[in-house]
Design a binder for this molecule. Sequence first.
Ligand code: SF4
Length: 61
Amino acid sequence: MDKTCSDCKHYRPAPTDCATVAEYGDCRAHPPTVIVIEDEPVSEFPAVNADEGCGEWEPKQ
Ligand code: SF4
């Protein structure tokens, strides 16, 4: 197994239509971070590519 984000239990793929495979999504391993977009604070989970991975990878259950 490659241990990529797409196979990790913390990965949430971006919404897609039926003809599109999600190539990116969010990592939910940790709480979201507050960032400022157009002068408004919003909380966001880190965006990751499906084929990336990190040391906190865990298998889907
Ligand atoms: S960044 Fe790490 S913890 Fe987050 S989804 Fe990818 S492999 Fe999993």
